[in-house]
Design a protein around this ligand. Structure first.
Ligand code: ARG
Length: 460
């Protein structure tokens, strides 16, 4: 077992199994580079403030630079028995520089160190996830542009409701994803403050310059309060929340995909590459990727609940419980990225069965609302128009007809004198789509405007 940093106080150490239990290195070694970056800024500030000699700071900086390179090149293997990544790197520095290495931790605690490492890491990773979301939105919008005229039923209660287009449906998904991107970027603005200099909880008697360290690390300012700095993990909650909401969106999209891929719907053919077979049923082509993306949502909600439960009831300021934050947070971010990277090509390579979608627009009386609104345009109060259209639907049912278009004008007029031959055009699915040209609606030009608006938002 590597030397622990606190061996001066305690004569007896926990045994190997107990040390392994309290070690976080398996999880936090991914913070190695951020840890080094934070230490370099801290050391530069210590020298500038005359807390350590300039030559010592120079030597530490050079050695940390070397350690960083060696880690990146895989020349250093991280000791899995170290207590955490902070101890490991400080231990390495001390091994190489002796007493000079021992100067690095002046005015610092692992409590503010891990807080700054995490924030630096997130400042790198969160924009990457936002970019994955942006790319996913672009894929969906590109697809939508090809399907402005592809008719399909829109559903409420999973019952055919009114005709929409595939483009309208895909843009509905994208609108949610665009907000997801906003949630990630928004969380980033709040976490962009530097906790370094907070020390264990109460800063330091050394003349640290927190503004200097914040500047050196590219934060716009230091955090407001040192106790908050080491206790706060609400940035982790926000991000795990953003991940859970994103996952919930993807889960719903994938549920649509799974339904569409059934023989019953037959709206989509997933590429073979994005499907799996069965070990027993030779005919099977299963939408496992969509199902797994849906399934990962349970885990993402779990990650959020893990973090909320971890924090609830923790007394201020730092508690070791906080070490448990990283596994859930890293998993949430990894899973968010992985699911987006699967969802995007799965959708881009899918084939949409326009014939099946269009055919599904006939037979469920999706035109009934159009009939009612036709009567409204002729002056009938809506509630009466609704009743007439409902009677017409019932008449069709009694006559075994699948569509109001199958009724003769005479039959229709028996329900209302207001019906004319122009009704037949109004209830054609293509016309019904084009007539819904309000802002936000499914008509091709309306969807085109939605696509343009979302593309504009995604540029920001
Ligand atoms: N590995 C620890 C964490 O992730 C570092 C902080 C340890 N601090 C302490 N006072 N024991 O939170």
């Amino acid at each position: 077992m590597a030397q622990v940093l606190w061996s001066g106080r305690l004569e007896e150490k926990p045994d190997a199994e107990a040390l392994a239990f309290e070690s976080s290195i398996a999880v936090d070694s991914r913070l190695a580079q951020e840890d080094i970056t934070g230490s370099r800024a801290h050391v530069a500030m210590l020298a500038k403030q005359g807390i350590i000699p300039a030559e010592a700071a120079q030597a530490i900086d050079t050695e940390l630079g070397r350690i960083s390179r060696e880690l990146a090149e895989g020349k250093i293997s991280i000791d899995q028995e170290a207590e955490d990544i902070h101890s490991f790197i400080e231990g390495l520095l001390t091994e190489r520089l002796g007493d000079v290495g021992r100067m690095v931790h002046a005015g610092r605690s692992r409590n503010d160190q891990v807080a700054v490492d995490l924030r630096l890491y997130l400042k790198g990773v969160v924009p990457e996830i936002a970019e994955e979301i942006r790319a996913t939105c672009q894929t969906l919008l590109d697809l939508a542009e090809q399907h402005l005229e592809t008719l399909m039923p829109g559903y409420t209660h999973l019952q055919r409701a009114q005709p929409v287009s595939l483009a309208h449906h895909l843009v509905a998904w994208t609108a949610g994803l665009e907000r997801d991107r906003g949630r990630f970027l928004d969380a980033l603005t709040r976490l962009d403050e530097c906790p370094l200099g907070s020390g264990a909880l109460a800063t330091s008697t050394l003349t640290l310059d927190r503004y200097e360290t914040a500047r050196g690390l590219g934060f716009p300012r230091p955090t407001v309060n040192s106790m908050d700095s080491v206790a706060d993990r609400d940035f982790a909650l926000e991000l795990a929340g953003a991940c859970a909401i994103l996952a919930t969106h993807l889960s719903r999209f994938c549920e649509d995909v799974v339904l569409w891929a059934t023989e019953e719907f037959g709206f989509i053919n997933l590429a073979e590459q994005w499907s799996t077979g069965s070990s027993i049923m030779p005919q099977k082509k299963n939408p496992d990727f969509a199902e797994l993306i849906r399934g990962k949502t349970g885990r993402q909600i779990g990650n959020l609940v893990t973090l909320l439960t971890l924090l609830k009831g923790l007394p201020y300021a730092y508690d070791r419980d906080l070490q448990e934050d990283k596994e859930a947070l890293f998993d949430a971010l990894d899973t968010a990225r992985a699911t987006l990277r699967m969802f995007r090509p799965m959708m881009a390579t899918a084939q949409f069965r326009k014939d099946r979608m269009e055919a599904a627009c006939v037979g469920g009386f999706l035109e009934a609302t159009d009939v009612a609104e036709y009567l409204v345009r002729k002056g009938l109060p809506f509630r009466k128009a609704h009743e007439v259209a409902a009677q017409v639907v019932r008449d069709c049912g009694a006559a075994g007809q699948r569509s109001i278009a199958e009724r003769t004008l005479e039959e229709l007029r028996s329900r209302s004198e207001l019906f004319d031959a122009d009704l037949y055009e109004v209830i054609r699915p293509g016309t019904a789509l084009r007539n819904r040209s309000r802002s936000g609606g499914p008509a091709p030009e309306a969807v085109q405007a939605q696509i343009a608006e979302l593309r504009r938002r995604l540029e920001k």
